[in-house]
Design a protein around this ligand. Structure first.
Ligand code: SDX
Length: 430
């Protein structure tokens, strides 16, 4: 047997399958030839042991609680860089030098405005539409407005579409928020940095001057960095699968937004805040901890647990620090929800159930409290997650499209339905 091969015996037939090593992290067994050689499929519906692709973008070590963007620890990027630097890194694989950074920031700034017809597009929605529903629609609609950058075979068009997505999603997100509170849309101001621009488009009104709080702007920018990419999570896998058919990038990112909306994924920050509000007081925490442990109760502790992290999510620690900074800056350090969150975290981390199942706070646990303190309604929390994750989706989509070995994703199944049976005409049925 070759040293770098795995051996598997199926119905008495033994075959060898190549083992491939990555730079860091678990090896993989390449099973592409398994069906051809044995007539059997593998089965792993939640992808708990399955690598769906090769990527050079993000690495997670779930046991050590490590997250690297193109090799750079998330702590360093969040501490020293800004979101557009992370965007450049994820798109091009290396940190920008000063000239690149200046040019990239300027390029993104030139694309913040959306087609003026989008303001008419919004008129079709009810004012109380969930902003995530609006974002799914707007992202899909971008392929109707920007059809001069949907030819995925043209590198120039792929790059323009990538920049348009990163630059216009904050504008659309701010428009979704303004529309939901019946306030006029605020146009982007290209003299402002990306995140300052977003805050102004959300919170400025035409009748007053708006001043940016630099501590708040820095906090939001850091939150965007934390959420920018995360390996092959559910929404990124959705974007890759949609893109594998050759669908245009805007449609693929719309699919990613739709998937992110689920409470088990990006919707958890909204669900976590609602959970903290439902708990309502420190005294009721044990009741909810018991519900989370009760197999008969579908309740789960939102913001806790992760498919990959079986240690503290490194983003949660930075999120917790940011949360305290924001609440202090806004003189909300006595926020009752924060008190409940801190107490809930402490109790859960010392509870046998959570320890045994390696359930730790994830990125969503503190983000909801922070975003609420910043003035965003709960319904906007996942929109902000989608805004930040859009660069990760775009980078992963681009990597897949530019992979010469790329082919359409088409999983198989274990069929447990009825075998072939005879059709009986309706007249002959009882
Ligand atoms: C994100 O994949 C990513 O990278 C996602 C993300 C990203 O950046 O893209 O990190 C963002 O989605 C973070 C996760 C946000 N979701 C939540 O906070 C929702 C609450 N968490 C759970 O729903 C759950 O932990 C998941 C969905 C996050 C992970 O679920 P898994 O990996 O499928 O694990 P599992 O459901 O098999 O749970 C293992 C055990 C189970 O008990 P047993 O059946 O073994 O007895 O742990 C239990 C679960 O019941 N469990 C929990 C729990 N999470 C798991 N019990 C109580 N509360 C929880 N939160």
């Amino acid at each position: 047997m070759q040293p770098n091969n795995a051996q598997i015996t199926v119905q008495g037939k033994t075959i060898e399958l190549p083992i491939r090593k990555g730079t860091i992290g678990p090896d993989i067994i390449d099973i592409a030839s398994l069906y051809k050689k044995t007539g059997t499929f593998t089965y792993d519906p939640g992808f708990t042991s399955t690598a769906s692709c090769e990527s050079r973008i993000t690495y997670i070590d779930g046991n050590q609680g490590i997250l690297l963007y193109c090799g750079y620890p998330i702590d360093d990027l969040a501490e020293h860089g800004d979101f557009l630097e992370t965007c450049y890194l994820l798109l091009f694989g290396s940190l920008p030098n000063r000239a690149n950074k200046k040019e990239f920031d300027h390029l993104v700034q030139q694309h913040h405005m959306v087609d003026e017809q989008f303001s008419r597009f919004f008129q079709g929605f009810r004012r109380d539409s969930h902003p995530m529903a609006v974002m799914v629609a707007c992202l899909g609609a971008m392929s109707a407005f920007y059809h001069d950058s949907i030819d995925i075979t043209d590198p120039q068009q792929r790059n323009i579409a990538s920049i348009r997505l990163i630059a216009k999603i904050p504008t659309l997100a701010a428009m979704a928020y303004k529309y939901s509170i019946s306030q006029p849309f605020i146009y982007p101001l290209n003299t402002l940095h990306y995140t300052e621009n977003f805050l102004r488009m959300c919170f400025a009104v035409p009748c007053e001057t708006y001043s940016i709080n630099p501590i708040i702007a820095r906090a939001i920018d850091r939150i965007f960095i934390l959420h920018a990419d995360h390996e092959q999570n559910a929404s990124t896998s959705t974007v890759r699968l949609a893109g594998s058919s050759g669908a245009n990038p805007f449609a693929c990112i719309a699919a990613g937004v739709a998937c992110l909306w689920g409470p088990a994924h990006g919707g958890a920050n909204e669900a976590c805040l609602k959970m903290l509000e439902e708990i309502g007081s420190v005294q009721r925490i044990p009741e909810f901890i018991n519900r989370a442990k009760n197999k008969k109760d579908p309740f789960r502790l939102m913001g806790f647990g992760h498919r990959v992290y079986k240690n503290y999510d490194p983003r949660a620690k930075i999120m917790q620090k940011t949360c305290h900074e924001v609440l202090k800056e806004l003189d909300l350090k006595d926020d009752p929800l924060l008190k409940i969150a801190v107490e809930l975290e402490d109790i859960a981390l010392h509870d046998e159930y959570f320890i045994e199942k390696k359930l730790y706070p994830n990125v969503d646990f503190y983000s909801g409290i922070t975003l609420k303190a910043l003035g965003f309604p709960t319904s906007m929390f996942t929109v902000l997650f989608a805004l930040a994750r859009s660069v990760g989706w775009v980078a992963q989509w681009k990597e897949m499209i530019e992979d010469p070995a790329q082919k359409i994703g088409r999983p198989r199944q274990l069929y447990t339905g009825p075998s072939k049976r005879n059709y009986i005409q309706i007249q002959k049925r009882p």
